[in-house]
Design a protein around this ligand. Structure first.
Ligand code: NAD
Length: 290
């Protein structure tokens, strides 16, 4: 058996096309169009690339873009002052602070300072709290977990009663993904670096979401035959045949897993493009909270 490939790039393109059309219609009708502010602090090359991609996508969809690039030694006070201004700016509906921040800055304080109504990343504690409450809806669902859910739904629209393993319990990926799986009536097990018998938990799972940041952690024979496998990991491993001397791999041994899974997402071309598409969807949604 060879798994169906869940093409995140293609799925993301169709989501972005819908957003682009909606924005074109809004423009034609003289309705407000959304604006996204990106805040980048310092010179982390990966962060620079991520922000550049987000700005490029914003422009392609007709979303207004406001880009702030701050020095590595920016103080907590001046960063929070900028966020306060953006919170009050009616032209800006979404605020994205690229993480990680330089070590001298408190990410937690920065995230708290963003208005939950402009938290298009969906990671403000207010929105995270609402996500965990049974009868409430967060103002925004977090981008990467939303992308993961859309990918799962694309191959299995009803996951009620299915067993899921989420490997990783971070606040931006693992934990909210488990919440969202539970809200869709699956039964998730949240795994982390202290979890015992990880292989056994994976083998019993109809859905496996790998978000540990550990290359090829999930081996082929850990996959339950027919399972849906979403690989979130982005790992650079040395490869002298590549121009940069490295290549990207996920957390799953794709070549082996593809022989057992029912459906699997690749790296690259899986969750990455979906995260950006969901950020754009959240930015469009933010107009509702103007
Ligand atoms: P993180 O470092 O904050 O969390 C990693 C989690 O994995 C932790 O909970 C840790 O306990 C767990 N873990 C680590 N090693 C493990 C092991 N051997 N066994 C079981 N659990 C283990 O990372 P994160 O921010 O959640 O990101 C996870 C991965 O996803 C990274 O590779 C990151 O680059 C990638 N990522 C991708 C996207 C995307 O859009 N594609 C977005 C966010 C993160």
């Amino acid at each position: 058996m060879t798994a169906e490939i869940i093409d995140g790039k293609k799925l993301a393109e169709s989501i972005k096309e819908d957003i682009k059309n909606t924005i074109a219609v809004r423009k034609a009708q003289n309705l407000p169009i959304p604006g996204l502010a990106t805040v980048l602090v310092g010179n982390n090359p990966a962060s620079k690339t991520y922000v550049a991609n987000k700005i490029k996508t914003t422009a392609a969809l007709g979303i207004r873009s406001y880009s702030y690039e701050l020095e590595e030694n920016t103080s907590q006070e001046s960063l929070e002052m900028l966020i306060s201004e953006l919170n009050d700016n009616p032209e800006v509906q979404g605020i994205l602070v690229q993480l990680p921040l330089p070590e001298h800055l408190s990410e937690d304080k920065v995230l708290h300072s963003i208005s939950p109504k402009k938290d298009v990343d969906g990671i403000h504690p207010y929105n995270a709290g609402l996500l965990s409450r049974k009868y409430s809806e967060p103002l925004f669902y977090p981008c990467t977990p939303s992308g993961i859910m859309r990918m799962i739904e694309s191959v299995c629209p009803d996951i009620s009663g299915m067993k899921a393993a989420v490997v990783g319990r971070s606040s931006i990926v693992g934990m909210p993904t488990a919440m969202m799986l539970s809200r869709s009536n699956a039964t998730p097990t949240i795994c982390h670096s202290y979890t015992k018998d990880l292989d056994e938990i994976c083998r019993e799972s109809d859905i496996l979401v790998a978000a540990a940041g550990s290359p090829h952690l999930i081996q082929g024979d850990w996959i339950k035959p027919g399972a849906i496998v979403i690989d979130v990991g982005i790992n650079h491993i040395p490869d002298s045949t590549k121009p940069h001397g490295y290549r990207l791999v996920g957390d799953v041994d794709f070549d082996e897993a593809v022989k057992r899974a029912g459906a699997i997402s690749p790296v690259p071309g899986g969750v990455g493009p979906m995260t950006i598409a969901m950020l754009m969807a959240n930015t469009l949604k933010a107009i509702e909270y103007r």
